[in-house]
Design a protein around this ligand. Structure first.
Ligand code: ADP
Ligand code: MG
Length: 249
């Protein structure tokens, strides 16, 4: 059974059908890209998966448990506790705190099973925080305030923060937005490593097709809330409807 099972998801906003009959599976150890033009329904899908929105139709199962359907949906905090992590488009770091303090704070949140804004004492979860920072290539910058970091490095810290909760599924909505091409490749290469090392499942959106083709195991293309194609890079590249959506609209 797949870690994530999405079945027939539907979501309307007023007259707009943001999602319509969306179904897919995501097993652990896989990097799945959700593609599609602006307004296709990608963020709506993420927001249902993390418990922010309740779907109008369909269901989401994670690790065999139903996290939402049209009648009820778990709260974002409960979805997070189950092991669904996410990175944020708006920075999730505190710029006046150091890199390691940001990660320590995330670790405090996990151990206490709630989001914490409590500034950790210097020694708290230090080793665990350093280990996470090493994994994202930020150990050498542990004592710098987040506010002075390069943009790509902030994204690495955010990844460490997301990993602090030991997610089994990580949702990344436009993780490389605002990055230079080199930084994009670096972040996705790192994500790829983490997927393999931790058997993580990752669902991400990305505008650059080059990045997607280089790093995703599989991709799903949405247009107007519906899946128009899914498969590997070869399948997507040669799909007539995908070419139409990307070149025609
Ligand atoms: P994408 O992330 O692929 O660009 P979205 O999921 O953000 O697409 O949006 C899909 C459609 O749903 C769009 O037409 C958008 O305007 C609409 N939409 C998304 N969120 C809301 C909302 N909170 N209220 C009203 N309409 C929304
Ligand atoms: Mg979006």
């Amino acid at each position: 059974m797949s870690l994530l099972q999405v079945r027939d998801l539907g979501k309307n906003f007023g007259g707009v059908r943001a999602l319509d009959g969306v179904s897919f599976d995501l097993p652990e150890g896989q990097l799945l890209a959700l593609l599609g033009p602006n307004g296709a329904g990608k963020s709506t899908c993420f927001n249902i998966l993390n418990g922010q929105y309740r779907p109008d139709a369909g269901s989401v199962h994670f690790d065999g448990r139903e996290i939402s359907n049209a009648r009820r949906s778990m709260k974002p905090r409960d979805v997070w506790r189950l092991g669904v992590g996410r990175t944020f488009q708006v920075s999730a770091t505190f710029s006046s705190m150091t890199v390691i303090e940001n990660v320590q704070m995330a670790l405090v949140s996990r151990k206490r099973k709630l989001f914490s804004l409590w500034r950790p004492a210097a020694g708290m979860y230090r080793d665990e925080a350093m280990e996470l920072l090493a994994q994202v290539g930020m150990a050498a910058q542990a004592q710098r305030p987040c506010g002075v970091l390069a943009y790509g490095d902030v994204k690495r810290v955010e990844l460490a923060i997301a990993l602090a909760n030991r997610p089994r599924l990580l949702l990344m909505d436009e993780p490389t937005a605002g990055m230079a091409p080199g930084e994009r490749n670096e972040l996705m290469a790192l994500t790829r490593e983490l997927v393999v090392a931790r058997k993580l499942a990752v669902l991400f959106t990305e505008h650059s097709m080059d990045v997607v083709f280089a790093f995703a195991d599989r991709m799903i293309v949405l247009a107007r809330g519906r899946i128009i194609a899914q498969g590997d890079g070869e399948t997507i590249r040669n799909h007539p409807q995908v070419q139409e959506v990307y070149l025609g609209s």
